[in-house]
Design a binder for this molecule. Sequence first.
Ligand code: GLT
Ligand code: MN
Ligand code: MN
Length: 392
Amino acid sequence: MDRYDPTRKDRFSFGLWTVGNPGRDPFGGPVRDTLAPTYIVKKLSECGAWGVNLHDNDLVPFDATAKQRDKLVREFKKALADHGMVVPMATTNLFSHPVFKDGAFSANDPKVRAFALQKSMAAIDLGAELGAKTYVFWGGREGSEADACRDPRAAIARTRDALDYLCAYAEDQGYGMRFALEAKPNEPRGDIYFPTTGHMLHFISTLQHEYMVGVNPEVAHETMAGLSMTHSVAQAMEAGKLFHIDLNGQKIGRYDQDLRFGSEDTKQAFLLVRLLEGTAGGQKYTGPLHFDAHAYRTEDEAGVWEFAKGCMRTYKILAARAASFDADPAVRALIAEQRDAKLEPLLAGYDRKKSAALRKLDLQPDRIAARGLGYERLDQLLIEHLLGVHGG
Ligand code: GLT
Ligand code: MN
Ligand code: MN
């Protein structure tokens, strides 16, 4: 036990599909046994996690009868109560069944769209029954290979219709849920609609129930697109739309690797945790910290729990390193905000008088440009804090 071991207060969660991943990939079958949902709840609790998330079909098989469903839900709820775990987030599997091979909400066939709504309403009911306050939408199959098959604008409009419908449904039921949209650029489709968190943020502003819809950015997905996860999350936070987050690790330019959090690009992971924890100032993220990742295919079950503990420990280590970085006087001096009481009032809020005064200023750009900014020193300090050279 040390100070980096997770506790419930840390708000860490895992999906049933993450630690339950049996190691199947496109080139080979499972390498581990399937774990029962109730067993996962027990083991996650022992590891120090706070929450467990699920797709409808992670708990209730696609073709289960109502009686089978109720029994599974009853047993699962008992496991949650027995082990002090919560379900912060739920979602719908709209990608595994062949009916969704050309999308769910954006499919050309209205019967597929109808089935996707039916399945989503039932899954929202399940999430509500388990106490989920956040409901995620990841449109894995909402995309194309033969792009001429539909006007991409129709895909966008159909997705809007579906989300407007389901927001109204959840509101009508009084579930008090918020929806979080998760972007991904490709895989399993050649191209997926709404490929990045930025695309999602704009789309949300066009929804009827904009207030109840935010984003669920994932490290791997933004990184696949070659983007900075930290900047994507910052934009979501600035817009008040970071409702959930999928933490994992990813090498740029690869398939969706979903690796242990912090195991790749540790500097990006540091900057992300620093942003979420608000150690540099600014509002802290207080929602669930969800790991959407899985253990290497080389692992047996013991390796899976090592993986889970590793995700949580690395988050806490990075949070401690970020706090030490931001408390360092040398860092604070380098990033101290530059103030100019005379100039700043001229920069915000256009009026003719101010703009005339601004245009008259002799700002001497060559002199400004000649000054070095000290970012080499700043970044080296970051690396040294990250590597544990400074700070407690
Ligand atoms: C799937 C996907 C994830 C999503 C999950 C929610 S399922 O594993 O790769 O990124 O977050 O549907
Ligand atoms: Mn992923
Ligand atoms: Mn995800």
